[in-house]
Design a protein around this ligand. Structure first.
Ligand code: BES
Ligand code: ZN
Length: 615
């Protein structure tokens, strides 16, 4: 490995001892019996079978027994076929273990109970995944950018690792991992690990992840992947057709890392590479350690959407280093990450852009707060057995970010930065829940500098619905100018060609579109379109904002472009609200026709969400 420094070596030595640490018995989404036994290391030996859409092989768990009387190992699984289970005895001989795979729970999957004759150190499960695995997407060559080879990738957060690995699938624990992955010879595989063995494309790859991570961060991708270095620490893996455009778009990645190192402590993971996924990837990005997974919909040509990279990079501190213990504590991952993301954007692109991004996100949050159940607007979510995917919203992200911004403004940046940096250092390679965070916050900030923020206020932010009355309300001076021009046009005192839009950034366009009256006349939309050609925009976020307005107003001219957008992209944030709006505005049949055509290209997660709309 090229990248090598002292901080990295230190991080390695301090973490190895931390695999196998776990907070037992508090994750409602896992069957694992952590009080009896924890996995410290996972070894995967898997074949990627594109014909069968299956991973085939075995996983070997290295175990640390916590309860000297127990001989039972309970793992999470979902839709796996188990072939046999073996365990290794003291004298090194492998024996068959008896096991029971329980009936499938709709949310948690099938509890796998393995009964051993002794406290074995190693247990091997021989298995294969099924084509319907919720955490994998299998794409045929025609569904990829280069059309020549198939593609597959995993998305394990929140509780989908169990659909491709039988594992203790809870973020309250951590494992190191290694893998041998075999593919057809013309396919390259990569993982959230040291990828230095994939330089030679030969269909046989070894991976090692010596730092302890939570199971939802184990990740794999395989396809017609080439790679190019961007800097000494960063490279991009992508299908050849979008490699160069991605390199140009994300050329600031190293600067982002360097700035974040200064603010929050040295990056702990060695390399930071990006894997460009096909357009069907259901998220914007996923912070898989050492290798963030990225949607191609942010390759806009002008770096306008690179806050996504700042976001996934920020997870290298909040999320991957300091991890939410359960999915009810998701805001500890996403709220901190949204806050750090915005600090990175301010460092690299300046205050104006950072505030514009805050303002756009807060507007989205406020819209969502109107729509979702009050109970789901609490930062410390109450999932009550629900799938974490079903309570997904801007709340953990942007309400979480606003809470941290509130503390920053109250205590001042200087004190708050020291607090955050210490928090990351203190909880490195550990998981914590919200109550533990509140204790830490009280001790290290609230009570340390008394009389600034009350602990009642902290509790209001974390345990009460909605936004506190004195929540920060980021306002952008750049957007104020857009507002003035927009008002002038609406009341007839200026023309569209005098709005000043020649100089607008993507952010100003988004603010403009989102602030057009929701009941704007079709005639006005036509005029705007004639002047600015928004229907044909190549920016996926602008397209989304414009199509939302168009669907709400029955502006039919967008239909061919909207069809293309919905068929070409699988990112849930950019398509699900559009399908919902189409159903609401009497376009259900038209939308369903598009969906039936697009469905096979979507990820199982997106299919699940949208199927429900057309039932
Ligand atoms: N970790 C999330 C994605 C995620 C969250 C997957 C919860 C499953 C469950 C990732 O870092 C993320 O937040 N992605 C956002 C990016 C955006 C906020 C910049 C996305 O996909 O839109
Ligand atoms: Zn995130």
């Amino acid at each position: 490995m090229k990248f090598n420094n002292i901080a990295y070596a230190m991080a390695l030595s301090s973490t190895l001892s931390l695999s196998g640490t776990a907070i037992a018995g508090q994750d409602q989404h896992s069957y694992a019996n952590l009080e009896q036994v924890v996995t410290t290391h996972v070894h995967l030996d898997l074949d990627i079978n594109f014909d069968k859409k299956a991973l085939e092989g075995f996983v070997e768990h290295t175990l640390s027994w916590q309860d000297q009387k127990s001989k039972q190992l309970i793992l999470d699984t979902r839709d796996l076929e188990i072939d046999k289970i073996m365990y290794k005895t003291q004298n090194g001989v492998w024996h068959k273990a008896s096991y029971k795979l329980a009936k499938r729970d709709r949310v948690k999957g099938s509890k796998l109970t393995i009964n051993l004759n002794s406290q074995a150190k190693k247990v091997r499960i021989y298995y294969n995944s099924l084509p319907i695995a919720s955490g994998l997407q299998w794409l045929t060559p025609v569904q990829t950018a280069s059309k020549t080879q198939p593609f597959m990738y995993s998305q394990s957060q929140a509780i989908h690792a169990r659909s491709w690995i039988p594992i203790q699938d809870t973020p309250s624990m951590r494992v190191t991992y290694s893998a041998r992955i075999q593919t057809p010879e013309d396919i390259r595989a990569v993982m959230s690990a040291d990828n230095s063995d994939v330089k030679i494309k030969d269909g046989d790859y070894r991976f090692n992840m010596p730092q302890a991570i939570s199971p939802y961060l184990i990740a794999i991708g395989a396809g017609n992947l080439e790679y190019k270095e961007m800097s000494h620490q960063t490279a991009i893996y992508a299908e050849p057709t979008i490699l160069d455009a991605s390199i140009a778009e994300f050329s600031d990645t190293q600067v982002m890392i360097d700035k974040t190192n200064l603010m929050y402590g040295e990056y702990a993971w060695g390399r930071y590479d990006l894997l460009m996924l096909p357009p069907s990837f259901p998220f914007g990005g996923m912070e898989n350690p050492r290798l963030s997974f990225i949607t191609p919909t942010v390759v806009a040509g002008d770096k306008s959407l690179v806050s996504l990279i700042a976001h996934e990079l920020a997870h290298s501190w909040s999320g991957n280093l300091v991890t939410n213990a359960t999915w009810e504590d998701l805001w500890l991952n996403e709220g901190f990450t949204s806050y750090v993301e915005n600090r990175i954007m301010e460092e690299v692109f300046g205050k104006d852009r950072a505030i514009m991004e805050q303002s756009l996100e807060v507007a989205r949050l406020k819209e969502q707060l109107e729509k979702i159940d009050a109970a789901d607007t609490i930062l410390n979510l109450k999932l009550n057995g629900r799938d974490p995917d079903d309570a997904f919203s801007s709340v953990p992200y942007i309400k979480g970010q606003l809470f941290l911004l509130y503390l920053e403004q109250k205590f001042g940046r200087e004190k708050f930065d020291v607090f955050v940096k210490q928090y990351f250092a203190n909880y490195s390679f550990k998981s914590l829940n919200t109550a533990e965070f509140v204790d830490y916050l009280n001790e290290n900030l609230i009570n340390k500098f008394p009389g600034i923020v009350s602990s009642d206020k902290v509790n209001e932010w974390i345990y009460q619905p909605g936004l506190p009355a004195d929540a920060p309300n980021p306002t952008s001076n750049v957007f104020k100018v857009v507002d003035i021009n927009l008002q002038a046009w609406l009341n007839g005192s200026t023309k569209l060609d005098s709005l000043g839009s020649e100089q607008w950034t993507v952010h100003e366009w988004l603010h403009f579109i989102n602030n057009l009256p929701r009941d704007i006349s079709i005639n006005s939309m036509k005029k705007i379109d004639a002047a600015f050609n928004l229907t044909q925009t190549t920016n996926a976020e602008i397209a989304f904002a414009w199509f939302m307005l168009a669907v709400g107003n029955g502006y039919q001219e967008v239909q061919p472009a909207l069809d293309k957008h919905l068929t070409g992209i699988g990112r849930r944030k950019l398509i699900v609200p559009l399908y919902k709006a189409l159903v609401k505005h009497n376009k259900k049949d038209w939308a369903n026709k598009i969906y039936q055509n697009a469905r096979s290209g979507y990820h199982p997660l997106a299919q699940g969400t949208i199927d429900a709309l057309f039932k």
